[in-house]
Write a protein that binds this ligand. Sequence first.
Ligand code: UD1
Length: 342
Amino acid sequence: MKRKILVTGGAGYIGSHTVVELQEAGFEVVIVDNLSNSYDSVLDNIKEITGIKPRFYHFDLTDAERTKDFFAEENDIAGVIHFAALKAVGESMQKSVLYYKNNIFSLLNVLEGMKMSGLDNLVFSSSCTVYGQPDTLPVTEQAPIKKAYSPYGHTKQIAEEIIQNVSSLDGLHAILLRYFNPIGAHPSAKIGELPLGVPNNLVPFITQTAIGIREELKVFGNDYDTPDGTAIRDYIHVVDLAKAHVVALRRMLENKQKEKLEVFNLGTGNGFSVLEVIQAFEKVSKQKLNYRIVGRRPGDTEKVWAATKLANEELGWKARKNLFEMMESAWNWELALKKRNS
Ligand code: UD1
């Protein structure tokens, strides 16, 4: 079996953890990344974990000619995991055209390169954001796709539709993975989330506040229809998430798919409120977090957590790590970053 896998966005947060899992499973990885939200030092950090520095191409996948050249050069790839995308919800409201252009053109160029190479196995990085606020919880893969609030969310919906159509018309085999809220870091604390500037997401904001980079965490709203009034999400450890990609890829390479196009939720199935996440952090870090309740963040969903039956039964994959383990690894990563920068 051919073992070479292209990981686009492989220097990023979820990408880098997936590269580690792929290498540990015996795959050869080639990364394409424009380093717009990551650093090439991640490649050395991956090597410190696995002993293998992944091969790396530094270019932008919105460049159609460069992407074609890449696929012509690397003509023995067995499968593609496509992470490369812009992902900040707030920024996408300010820079909508950039988000559409970046996330859609890069997907189209990857699909074109795959077609050119006769390559038909794609794992795509999607999001629970496609469900909006679901009518019933836990949300299953069959839940209706709701109108997207942000251009970011819309690009995920459009990308899913493009892949679905290409799959039905052109024979592409694809698995769409809808992530819930990935948090935490590798247990080695050698790779993790590296937000550029002020983090948008809850957990890096918590750890940066605790370590003194940020003054205080603002909790966005405590008037939601939830037990403590704060919003609920299904947080999943990034290593559990990364492992699901290896499982999905194997399923395609071993021709075990039930349909050419499959969709799986990747979550734990458990919802936690913002205050519960803070409490879990305080417990594992043994310190008090400076936080304040403020108004809701526009566009936020009240509550969402995953139905995990399909992924558990069909993929034979299950998220293992609990919220404490997630918060502990996120905190260890923040401490390691401080050490590295001092
Ligand atoms: C959203 C998207 C997700 C996307 C991600 C990318 C949904 C349901 N999810 O995640 O698909 O991949 O953005 O960034 O649309 N919070 C605070 N204070 C903060 C930051 C966050 O209280 O400083 C709260 C939020 O209001 C939310 C929770 O923490 O209730 C999680 O927020 P965040 O980490 O930003 O993720 P989502 O918005 O859920």
